[in-house]
Ligand binder design. Structure first.
Ligand SMILES: [Ca+2]
Ligand SMILES: [Ca+2]
Ligand SMILES: [Ca+2]
Length: 367
């Protein structure tokens, strides 16, 4: 009896050891997989050749212009001073909005005065979009705002020359980690979430396991719902000049996803175009339909910020995105000595504005 019991406890302790060894091996394999996956996602080994354009720094922009968009009449809007997750930020001041007239002989950004109920001390503007109401020419400026790390959308009306009148704040459980928006009406928009879930640990797991679970949300005053899913991490979003297609930058998948707008504002997935970089915001040339992308060539250098080995900047263009063979070309590249952490490139009649997360902004000549 005693012997039997001793044998039984021997084999159960052997079993426990085997289990423990299996658990350690599984954990080591998971850690190894996570390390390789993150290295791949962040393009941690990538170095860029430098390709410059004829550019100069924009005046008054010292703390980033995460997003920039330009109206057909040459009026550019910029969101500046973003504080976001653990990314660097060199200003303790709240964020600001600027406007810039590209038709002026010496375009200079002017700070927009914000009127209304909005709390300016916690204003933290991120992605932006502008909608012009063609019935009365009113201009509505939509801004993703992260006051105290929250996620909400502000709608303003632009009043010439330098005023934004705050109209409303939109919050919704589906809009839990909004990165960028594209307005499709004076109160309606599509928004990308950069996390799959409000819980960041769960989102991290989906990234490591390569399970794309981020979505695009459609908002109007009468309805809020998921319009598209299957995205690893949604970032920039924009619309084709004919308003038929929506483009989303799936930043950690290194691709741009193309969707077609269907009845009831549902989005149908068409295809993805690989870009080989971590692309942030998307601007569309209203004349050619080309996509311009502000990208992070190596996001390891962005998260482990070191001024001696700074994060670079990369601007890509996609031509003929709806054809069988879209052409992706590098239009600008810098190792961070001139410009760190580009997020957006907005073209206008042979000119290009380039914005960044926390650094300066460039005004470039494409001709
Ligand atoms: Ca935008
Ligand atoms: Ca994808
Ligand atoms: Ca962005």
């Amino acid at each position: 009896m005693w012997r039997l019991k001793a044998e039984g406890s021997d084999s159960s302790s052997r079993f426990q050891k085997v289990l423990l060894a299996a658990a350690v091996a599984a954990l080591a394999a998971f850690v190894g997989h996570t390390y390789l996956r993150l290295k791949h996602i962040m393009l941690a080994s990538r170095e860029l050749p430098v390709k410059h354009l004829n550019c100069h720094y924009l005046q008054n922009i010292e703390y980033g212009a995460e997003d920039i968009t330009i109206l057909k009449d040459g009026l550019a809007f910029l969101s500046t001073g973003l504080k976001f997750l653990d990314l660097p930020s060199f200003s303790d001041e709240p964020g600001k909005m600027y406007v810039l007239d590209l038709l002026h002989p010496r375009p200079t950004p002017v700070e927009l005065q914000i009127k209304g109920e909005l709390d300016l001390s916690s204003f933290n503007p991120h992605g932006i979009s502008v909608y012009t109401d063609e019935t009365d020419d009113n201009i509505y400026v939509f801004v993703v705002n992260h006051p105290h790390e929250a996620s909400q959308v502000e709608i303003f009306r632009f009043v010439a020359e330098d005023t934004l009148v705050h109209l409303k704040t939109i919050t919704h459980p589906l809009l839990h980690s909004v990165n960028d928006i594209v307005a499709v009406g004076k109160e309606s928009f599509y928004a990308t979430n950069h996390f799959s879930f409000p819980n960041q640990a769960l989102h991290f797991l989906t990234m490591v396991l390569a399970m794309p679970m981020c979505d695009v949300v459609y908002y109007s005053p009468s309805e809020v719902r998921v319009a598209a899913g299957g995205i690893m991490s949604g970032n920039g979003i924009n619309i084709s000049p004919d308003k038929r297609y929506i483009y989303v930058s799936d930043i950690i998948d290194h691709e741009v996803d193309v969707f077609e707008r269907k009845k009831g504002e549902q989005l149908e997935y068409i295809k993805s175009v690989g870009v080989g970089s971590l692309c942030d915001n998307i601007e569309v040339d209203h004349r050619t339909g080309d996509l311009w992308l502000g990208c992070h060539p190596n996001s390891m250098k962005l998260s482990n910020f070191d001024p001696k080995d700074p994060p670079g900047s990369e601007i890509l263009k996609i031509k003929d995105i709806h054809s069988e063979h879209p052409v992706v070309s590098m239009e600008y590249a810098d190792n961070g000595q001139v410009l760190m952490a580009s997020t957006v490139a907005a073209p206008y009649e042979g000119k290009l504005l380039i914005g960044t997360v926390f650094h300066k902004a460039l005004y470039c000549d494409l001709k």
